[in-house]
Design a protein around this ligand. Structure first.
Ligand SMILES: CSC[C@@H](O)[C@@H](O)C(=O)COP(=O)(O)O
Length: 375
């Protein structure tokens, strides 16, 4: 039975037992394991080890981490925020969430901070789910228009299997990466629910394979038609007219509309540009870093352990998960986690506030809409 993305959460709070629960994403797709975060150290580890990952989700987890930390030691607001901020460097949502929570809590007496930290974390989670749903609605309009255009340009007797809209996505920007619905996957879920014929090309996304293990798992659960491809296949598919649109998420978007996302996104954008395939980025406004202009020069790019490149893990024939080495021990490795796609390659920014051009004017309009929304 397929499930609606609407109802699925990757982090939640249980009032009974006062528990912060997460899906441990390192166990997917082979096991759906739920664990409880009890301490600041648990929250930091969950982010660093990528039991939770995805820009909006790590911000939300950090907010719950502040709550857990204050429960342990009510005097530790600043040091908790510092420890959480150091867990991953690239996604701006982490800093954004911690800044929000710190500003709110600093104005309160220590005694009131614990309860407020929990309320703020829960609010952040609910707000992100709402933002993702709105991103889905706004992106759906784009998908509807592209499908109509495709159907009008193809006589029905020629369309055959090609009658559906083929969407390529990279990494995982689904409900697992957010408070709900996802960013890049939200328009796809909304389209599928609305009965639009969609098919998703899922980049496997080496080295951690978030596409193969997370996006494919999500789409399969919701019954969305999809096909897993190697990271290098996208250009070929685009040259052969097999991709109608790319939609990816973002870990940080700059004032001039540059987009930092999972390593390999830039190469997809180049291929899309060369083949006239629209390339959209879906993001909540919390992913915009208004302090940064030039993404290539200014965004800190996370480098991770060589083990992620040297080893792959998966389900062996005996049903156990095994980790195997794929490179010679003497070979050096570099493991950059993200890259920056310059704004000129981005067709539009799909946000909860509307769809905007990826340029200085477009991002300034998002800032105006944010101010109007808050005020
Ligand atoms: C809605 S999530 C957008 C991005 O965070 C996502 O595409 C991505 O790059 C995630 O990277 P990850 O390293 O798995 O945290």
């Amino acid at each position: 039975m397929s499930e609606h993305a609407e109802s699925m959460r990757t982090i939640w709070y249980e009032t009974e037992g006062d528990k912060v629960c997460i899906i441990d994403q390192t166990q997917l797709p082979h096991a759906l394991q739920i664990i409880t975060l009890e301490t600041l150290a648990d929250a930091c580890r969950a982010i660093t080890d990528m039991q939770v990952r995805g820009a909006p989700l790590i911000g939300i987890t950090a907010a719950f981490g502040v709550y857990l930390s204050l429960k342990q030691n009510p005097q530790c607001l600043l040091s908790a925020c510092q420890q959480l901020a150091a867990t991953r460097p690239t996604a701006i949502n982490l800093q954004w969430a911690l800044t929000q929570i710190q500003q709110e809590l600093q104005a309160l007496d220590t005694a009131d901070q614990i309860g407020s930290a929990l309320s703020l974390a829960r609010q952040l989670l609910a707000d992100d789910a709402g933002a993702c749903s709105a991103i889905g609605d706004n992106g759906l309009q784009i998908l509807k228009a592209l499908l109509k255009q495709k159907q009008q340009s193809q006589p029905s007797e020629q369309s055959g299997e090609n009658a559906c809209l083929n969407i390529l996505t990279h990494c995982n920007a689904g409900w697992l990466a957010t408070g709900g619905w996802g960013t890049a996957l939200a328009p796809i879920y909304k389209a599928h629910q609305a009965g639009l014929p969609v098919h998703v090309w899922v980049d496997e996304t080496r080295p951690r394979n978030q596409g193969a293990s997370l996006t494919a798992w999500e789409l399969a659960r919701s019954g969305v038609p999809h096909t897993l491809i190697t990271d290098n296949a996208g250009g070929h598919l685009m040259q052969h007219g097999m991709v109608d649109v790319c939609i990816v998420g973002s870990d940080r978007t700059t004032r001039q509309g540059d987009v930092c996302n999972k390593i390999g996104t830039y190469l997809k954008a180049l291929a899309a540009f060369d083949n006239d395939v629209p390339f959209y980025v879906a993001l909540p406004a919390s992913t915009i870093d208004f302090a940064v202009n030039d993404g290539v020069r200014e965004i800190p790019i996370e480098t991770r352990s060589a083990d992620e490149v040297n080893y792959v893990s998966g389900l062996a024939d005996d049903g156990t998960v095994k980790r195997v080495r794929i490179s010679p021990p003497a070979t050096g490795v570099s493991n950059y986690g993200f890259d920056v796609t310059p704004a000129r390659l981005v067709s539009g920014l799909i946000t909860e506030l509307g769809v905007y051009p990826a340029n200085v004017e477009g991002v300034a309009k998002i800032a105006e809409a944010m101010a109007a929304d808050q005020g």
